[in-house]
Design a protein around this ligand. Structure first.
Ligand code: G6P
Length: 491
């Protein structure tokens, strides 16, 4: 009897991610309120609707055990969210430390620091950060195992939780576990500098299915396993002692319908009218990024500065709206970046601005979904100049909102999206300021015919490669892989 009949895959989908898709805060009356969080992972998973889903993650806040915590947990539970509580000392070492100062950096090709980092006289060593990473992964494991029922499928997300597949398999050998990485996986030459490279790989390999955005990232992962662990890489994945972890590429997408519908609402239409009025007579370029060094914001600003310098005829005729959503503000590198960006913006506005024209409109905050849609819809060019980026869904969102205007996408060749939207975009090397300045000129002067043709290609891709198809493909493959693994276990 085929195993899928013995054990129907009718269980729930348990998504485990570091962060819940909502941020919790209190209103003036002291009542808890929930707000959608920023970032590609949230944006993609918001577009997945077909499953009965439980989401486990850190609620972005620590609340002491007691009534207040219970009230928040109950509110989250009603939405299908289960919180993992991480007290501030642990969180700092795990999240600011190992996740965002070690793995995040390394996976985006930024070499390791000397040994952890120094902040206000306090030193976090890499060893301490690693200890906290293990402990935090255990905490997530406890919450998953507490609610797990046979037949459920566990889908672990991202670099924060690379040890979780092994924690779960050790507790329940037949548990169905997939792991997906939302960042790049770097070349094995970079990855192998990680002091705990073996422990991390071995733990992740316990997943039945391991997914990446692009084929290149999957290949880098497989070669790290062969070179560092001496395992055998096959076209299917990695083989370890007769068991196979399947490794493959599953490019993510968005829910384009959500944007199309938002554009129809009165609220967005009103925002659009206001913006068009404000920008009348000028071209507008848009950047929307988390304030993160991998997004290449300073490089983008320098390219715009160069463009204005070389093209006096465009001064007063084009402006850049840069939305920089604050992110990981306790990590020293992110604090330095913020000052650097402010300094460059000030310099450019001081040099090229007039009493009636400000070349860069810079905002340090997250916009509401409706404000963002309006901005996507009215701008002429999107500038996405990431130095490295797993996929970059802002590029997809921009395309989804540009059905009328057919705006131009200037896209870094180091974003995963370059592999899917490359043909319809102007691809740039963000480190080459001249190249980006030239791309700005091309984008601003492109004929309408060419813009429409490029947009058509990009739009076709965004409309057909959605978050839903991404999740469906991953989940059905996880089911198949697990059935095969289970058969092997039985024989
Ligand atoms: C990236 C990561 C996500 C993360 C998001 C926002 O997209 O892949 O896992 O949630 O950034 O970062 P934050 O640290 O604020 O969760």
């Amino acid at each position: 009897v085929p195993l899928d009949r013995v054990e129907p895959s009718g269980g729930r989908l348990i998504v485990v991610a570091n962060r819940l898709p909502v941020t919790c805060s209190k209103d003036a009356a002291g009542k808890w309120k929930l707000q959608i969080s920023a970032g590609g992972l949230v944006s993609a998973l918001m577009g997945v609707n077909n499953y009965s889903t439980l989401w486990i993650g850190w609620p972005g806040i620590y609340v002491k055990p007691g009534r207040d915590r219970d009230a928040l947990a109950a509110m989250l539970k009603r939405e299908g969210y289960l919180p993992v509580w991480l007290e501030s000392g642990l969180l700092d070492l795990y999240y600011n430390g190992f996740c965002n100062s070690v793995l995040w950096q390394l996976f985006h090709y930024v070499p390791l620091q000397l040994d952890g980092w120094q902040r206000l006289g306090e030193h976090q060593t890499l060893q301490m950060q690693w200890g906290a990473y293990q402990q935090a992964n255990d905490r997530f494991g406890e919450v998953v195992l507490h609610c797990y029922q046979p037949g459920d499928m566990v889908w672990v997300q991202d670099y924060h939780l690379m040890l979780l597949p092994s924690i779960l398999k050790n507790a329940v050998p037949r548990i169905k576990v997939g792991w997906f990485l939302h960042t790049p996986f770097p070349s094995s030459e970079i990855y192998r500098t990680l002091p705990v490279r073996e422990e991390v790989l071995r733990a992740t390999l316990r997943a039945d299915l391991i997914g990446f955005h692009t084929y290149d990232y999957a290949r880098h992962f497989i070669s790290s396993c062969t070179r560092i662990l001496g395992l055998e890489g096959t076209p299917e994945g990695v083989e370890d002692n007769g068991s196979v972890a399947r490794v493959a590429a599953f490019p993510i997408g968005i829910d384009p319908e959500r944007f199309a519908q938002a554009l129809e609402t009165q609220e967005v239409q009103m925002n659009i009218a206001k913006l068009l009025n404000r920008y009348a007579g000028r071209k507008v370029m848009l950047g929307v990024d988390r304030l993160d060094m991998i997004k290449g914001i300073p490089q983008k600003l320098l390219a715009f500065e160069k463009f204005l310098h070389e093209h006096p005829e465009w001064r007063d005729k084009v402006l850049l709206v840069q939305i920089a959503v604050p992110s990981r503000t306790d990590v020293p590198e992110y604090q330095k970046l913020r000052s650097m960006v402010h300094e460059i913006v000030g310099r450019i506005n001081g040099a090229f601005g007039t009493l009636t024209y400000v070349p860069i409109h810079h905002l340090d905050r997250q916009l509401s979904f409706h404000e963002l849609c309006a901005l996507y819809a009215v701008t002429d060019v999107a500038l996405i100049t990431s130095l490295r980026d797993g996929m970059n869904l802002v590029s997809y969102e921009y395309v989804a909102c540009q059905a009328d205007n057919a705006g131009v996408l200037v896209l870094s060749e180091f974003a995963g999206a370059a592999q899917s939207l490359g043909a319809g975009s102007i691809l740039v090397n963000p480190w080459n300021i001249n190249d980006v300045a030239a791309a700005i000129e091309d984008a601003l002067t492109m004929s309408e015919e060419e813009r429409r043709e490029r947009h058509r290609q990009n739009f076709m891709h965004v409309a057909t490669h959605t978050a839903q198809t991404w999740a469906d493909t991953f989940i059905s493959e996880l089911n198949d892989t697990h059935i095969e693994a289970d058969l092997r276990l039985r024989h």
